[in-house]
Design a binder for this molecule. Structure first.
Ligand code: PLP
Length: 409
């Protein structure tokens, strides 16, 4: 147990995958930024729902439908409390972060931006916070600009401020860069955006997983994240949006559940949040996400952040001792992502070789090709931490990287 009482060994026992052998070696899972492993509590909640609590939601007046609806809507309230949104109807279920960001582009930007209006992103975006804006830019004749980071991966507010004009209507940023680990000052950026008359969209895929987030405090207008990175199921994500914005936004998909009345001539829309949730939703996935929220709440997001911070500091020191390894992204206060390149080997070779030792990291462009260009590398290897990682995992990583050096030198 750590000094702060964080019992990581106990926590690890909740995750069946962590006791696996991979290629005859204990799994060292350092790829949680891509998708996190699932605790028994989430797996059990999903199984229980399929076994004894399952029916379609909102549609039946029978026992199982009422129960499933209560579970499904209960999970929404858990998410509301988790991110401290003002209302549960500000929580829209989506398929994930990508789906949520596309919803903002296809609804808000399409309805309210006009030719010549400007959207500002950063060079460190995941493709899911670039491509939806490019699509709507091309459709509507908008302007898309990107604020840069410095060589160390530090984000300076001035780089964003310099791009703001009286045509700026949307600022879209990551809460935490999935490559650099840089944490952006969301609250300050929200103030800047609002002063300019723009809305702030936050890609929170890597934010909500590492620290407590509070929508009312951050004051962003939209915040998107994925259940599967938060120890929950795939196929479920969240778009948080301020009520007054969601109210005036048109739906993007039409169909069942999102309507109030339908005639053959026209339809009217359901109230929030259902206006944005056409069709049978990801019922069981939402309930699984609720269980994941319960799980991280029981440990505490602040405690998770502190534990990961300790492992991150240790990892940063240990990786610095590997000859020829360059860590990319060293901003102060960064979160749990360690991207690196090695002089001797391509990231794909690094990842393949250390996999033989049971060490799982990611290699490639991390869905951030503009950032690869920014750092002038074709790809990076990335070790990313979750609430279950330990200093021993980092030792295993460093040992396996030393093997890479031996093989290639
Ligand atoms: N944004 C960031 C910062 C991410 O790291 C990811 C996933 O890696 C995404 C968006 C996309 O998430 P999803 O694939 O769950 O939609």
């Amino acid at each position: 147990m750590s000094e702060a009482g964080y019992d990581v060994e106990r926590i690890r026992q909740d995750f069946p995958a962590l006791s696996m052998l991979v290629r005859g070696k204990p799994l060292v899972f350092l790829d949680s930024a891509a998708s996190a492993q699932k605790p028994r509590q989430v797996i059990d909640a999903v199984t229980k729902m399929y076994e004894a609590e399952y029916a379609n939601v909102h549609r039946g007046l029978h026992y199982l439908s009422e129960l499933a609806t209560a579970r499904y809507e209960g999970a929404r309230e858990k998410v509301q409390t988790f991110i401290n949104a003002r209302h549960s109807h500000e929580i829209i279920y989506t398929r994930g972060t990508t789906d949520a960001l596309n919803l903002v582009a296809q609804s808000y930007a399409r309805a309210f931006l006009e030719e010549g209006d400007e959207i500002i992103i950063t060079t460190m975006e995941h493709h899911s916070n670039i491509v939806p804006w490019q699509m709507i830019r091309d459709e509507k004749g908008l302007v898309l600009k990107a604020a840069d980071v410095d060589e160390e991966g530090v984000f300076h507010l001035s780089s964003l401020e310099a791009l703001i004009t009286d045509r700026t209507k949307i600022i879209a940023i990551p809460h935490v860069s999935n490559v650099l680990g840089t944490v952006l000052p969301v609250k300050e950026i929200a103030a800047l955006a609002h002063k300019a008359g723009a809305v702030l969209v936050v890609d929170g895929a890597q934010g909500v997983t590492h620290m407590p987030v509070d929508m009312q405090d951050l004051d962003c207008d939209f915040y998107a994240f994925s259940g599967h990175k938060l120890y929950g199921p795939t196929g479920i994500g969240i778009l948080y949006g301020k009520e007054e914005l969601l109210e005036k936004m048109p739906p993007v998909q039409g169909g069942g559940d999102m309507i109030n009345t339908v005639t053959l001539e026209k339809s009217t829309w359901a109230d929030l949040p259902h206006k944005f949730e056409a069709g049978t939703p990801p019922i069981v996935q939402a309930v699984g996400l609720g269980a994941a929220v319960d799980y991280v709440n029981a440990i505490g997001m602040a405690a998770i952040g502190a534990h990961e911070g300790d492992v991150l500091t240790y990892a940063t020191q240990r990786l610095a001792s590997v000859e020829g390894l360059r860590l990319i992204g060293t901003a102060p206060g960064k979160a749990s992502v360690l991207s690196f390149v090695m002089e001797c080997a391509h990231p794909h070779d690094i990842s393949t070789i250390i996999d033989q030792a049971g060490v799982a990291v990611r290699a490639g462009h991390h869905c951030a090709q503009p950032l690869m260009e920014r750092y002038d590398v074709p790809a990076m290897a990335r070790a990313s931490l979750g609430l279950y990682n330990t200093r021993q995992d980092i030792d295993a990583l460093v040992d396996s990287l030393e093997k890479v050096r031996e093989i290639f030198s």
